[in-house]
Design a protein around this ligand. Structure first.
Ligand code: BF8
Ligand code: SF4
Length: 661
């Protein structure tokens, strides 16, 4: 069965490369200019030559390739491989060292989870170090309330001076990331006690993220851990370390930059302004971008922009850094990770500023065709030909001014090759957070804010909730899987929460607007969204898809889910909820997905994971994990079928809880 999923992917992407009309138009525009993008490169893998498919490597797709040592690389024979592969590969079910297919697949998966966790833990480290520095400098902490709530979770004295709490919180966070600890305090403090019990029993409570990563590096080195079960258990432990790292990053960013509140904004290439200096910010760590947003209204810089003939400075976001500044300031989004090259190809970007993660190396090549200056800002993510303006905790002001000055000076060099698609930018509402939910709910029941939510779930007005998370993928029709799943489930009164590029896909399809509630939500859900909208002081319903932020903000959803499980006295696995990474791409998505499964969440994957070559690993992830952790992966490439499976999962949970089905 397994390899069929690769064929389904191919059929889906043949239909259309991107669901969004504006993206589609930009792809055609770049093709007409001979500019190479992620979409054209993906298409090359679909070509045939003399009847031979130039497909992606099937060994890699199935996870059955090992290049851990110089006796290899080794590739394992499988009856599922296409004939040409079978003929050119020795019929061996082991590598030269004797590693079997299950070891190789499990080892490869653990390494993916490791890299994803390293990315999030490194992000968390930057944020914790910045908080520590602010506390040491006795800098004014803008959001002491949030700090108090973190202190309460960590069982610290919430009434101590803010800088003392900040110092303790940051120190605990840094120990969780780099210390030689037995268990991560953020994991143990934020997960429901029943989950912590389960994880302890299974040996899946992580030491620090760094310690787990060190052991992961050791275990996956040649000739070390060969037991697939132990490798997968370590992946689960690292996944939990990943979730704890998300919590650190997201919670501490709220302390420094504020808890998001509902904001109205837009998404689309047309948020770029022909009359202004356009600066696009892309990546994940929002510390420098916060400053760029602030200084885009600085009178001295605005004066300089005007003297260069521009009407002002326009900041637009891309991917998760974009989500961060959208959530806190309403900064419009130009696009998601997949659109990064297309954004530059509008010819309207003076500076494309990147921090870390999901940055395509090819942006340099696209930028060379225009006047756009690519500026890297963090030591972890440099591009050989780009200008580097180093951001360090504490030099934000200076670095941001240099960047904006560079962009302003570049405005006059803008060329004539400007192109914007016809489709206008789409309006959206973002800025959902746990605090916002509790605030609105407490207006309905101040004594017990979760009660109205639970009552509506119990009655079936909210049949369940699904988190759409992760990336958008060119391996299928980009955006289409998220949007299909959202629309199908909304009809069935399932509330949709979205983060990362998935939220942006929903936004492009108009699902983040109150008007979408009328169009797509089932009647019962519509009633709840109207009630919440009115309670929040709006004269519209809330949108049917709630934008909960960037990928690190998946932690917000975990915190909400933990609160619900706690309140109901049930385990996370018993709740009528699920998650879907329908178009996942990155190792980070694998880490978050694995961590979520370990916490008891069922996670759908809509792009074939590189584990299908091992029946044992496949079974561990899609079946046995449910017995052990309560959560499991569902692999289904067709989004309509995936919606049915997610709905069935929720229905089953409702049945077990004795709720109306
Ligand atoms: O961390 S969804 S493509 S941007 S990995 Fe990357 Fe995937 Fe987008 Fe945000 Ni998340
Ligand atoms: Fe081959 Fe074993 Fe070396 Fe992997 S570790 S490349 S399976 S010999």
């Amino acid at each position: 069965m397994a390899i069929k999923t690769l064929q389904v992917e191919k059929e889906l992407r043949k239909a259309r490369r991107a669901l969004d009309d504006a993206t589609y138009e930009m792809i055609r525009h770049t093709e007409s200019m001979g500019i190479d993008t992620v979409f054209t490169r993906q298409a090359k893998y679909d070509e045939s030559f003399l009847g031979i498919e130039k497909s992606r490597c099937y060994f890699g797709s199935m996870g059955i390739c090992c290049r851990q040592c110089a006796m290899g690389p080794c590739r394992i024979w499988s009856s599922e491989l296409p004939p040409s592969y079978r003929l050119s590969t020795p019929r061996l079910d082991r590598g030269t060292c004797g590693a079997g297919v299950d070891t190789i697949v499990a080892r490869n998966l653990l390494m993916m989870v490791g890299r994803g966790t390293a990315a999030h833990a490194s992000h968390a480290k930057h944020v914790a170090s910045a908080l520590l520095k602010s506390a040491q400098n006795k800098a004014n902490l803008k959001h002491p309330e949030k700090l108090k709530s973190i202190a309460a979770k960590l069982k610290l004295d919430a009434n101590a001076k803010p800088e003392d709490i900040a110092m303790q919180v940051a120190s605990i966070a840094l120990l969780d990331i780099l210390g030689d600890e037995k268990s991560m305090r953020f994991a143990a403090s934020y997960c429901p006690p029943s989950t912590v019990e389960d994880l302890l029993r299974l040996g899946a409570v992580p030491g620090s993220a760094g310690k787990e990563l060190l052991e992961e590096g050791h275990e996956t080195s040649m000739g070390t851990m060969a037991d697939p079960g132990s490798l997968i258990l370590h992946a689960a432990r690292l996944g939990v370390a990943d979730i704890a790292s998300l919590i650190i990053g997201s919670e501490l960013q709220d302390v420094m930059f504020g808890v998001p509140k509902p904001v109205l904004s837009k998404i689309g290439f047309n948020v770029l302004d022909k009359n202004k200096v356009n600066v696009v910010i892309h990546g994940h760590v929002p510390m420098l971008s916060e400053k760029l947003v602030e200084l885009s209204e600085d009178s001295e810089l605005l004066g300089k922009a005007r003297s260069c003939g521009a009407e002002g400075i326009n900041i637009a976001g891309c991917c998760c850094t974009g989500n961060e500044v959208l959530m806190r300031h309403g900064v419009p989004l130009a696009g998601s990770s997949l659109q990064q090259e297309l954004i530059i190809a509008t010819g309207l970007v003076e500076a494309f500023v990147v921090d870390v993660q999901c940055i395509y190396p090819n942006i340099e090549n696209v930028a060379k065709r225009f006047h756009t200056r690519i500026i890297t800002t963090m030591k972890e993510a440099r591009l050989a030909g780009a200008e580097h303006i180093q951001f360090e905790e504490g030099n934000e002001d200076e670095a941001a001014r240099r960047i904006l000055n560079t962009a302003i000076q570049n405005f006059q060099k803008r060329g004539k090759e400007i192109f914007l698609p016809e489709k206008e930018a789409v309006e959206l509402m973002a800025g959902f957070s746990v605090e916002v939910c509790m605030d609105v709910l407490s207006k309905i029941n101040s004594e017990d804010p979760l009660k109205p939510l639970i009552d509506n779930i119990a009655s079936g007005n909210i049949y369940g909730a699904v988190l759409l998370a992760g990336c958008t993928s060119p391996k299928i029709t980009a955006d289409a899987s998220h949007v299909t799943i959202a629309k199908e489930l909304l009809k069935q009164n399932v509330l949709i929460i979205a983060t990362g590029c998935a939220a942006q896909a929903c936004a492009r399809a108009g699902l983040l607007s109150p008007a979408a509630t009328e169009q797509y939500a089932g009647d019962r859900l519509k009633g709840v969204l109207w009630l919440l909208g009115k309670t929040a002081g709006l004269d519209t319903p809330l949108p049917p898809v709630w934008h909960f932020g960037s990928c690190v903000d998946n932690s917000r959803v975990i915190i909400l889910v933990a609160a619900l499980a706690d309140k109901l006295g049930v385990r996370v696995k018993d709740l009528p909820i699920a998650a879907s990474a329908a178009e996942w791409i990155t190792e980070k998505a694998v880490a978050i997905g694995t961590g979520s499964v370990a916490l008891g969440v069922t996670v759908h994957l809509g792009v074939t994971p590189p584990v299908i070559g091992s029946p044992e690993v496949l079974s561990l992830l899609t079946r046995k994990s449910e017995e052990l952790f309560g959560g499991k992966f569902i692999i289904e490439i067709d989004p309509t079928k995936a919606s049915e499976l997610l709905y069935e999962h929720i229905k089953e949970a409702r049945k077990k809880l004795g709720l109306m089905i």
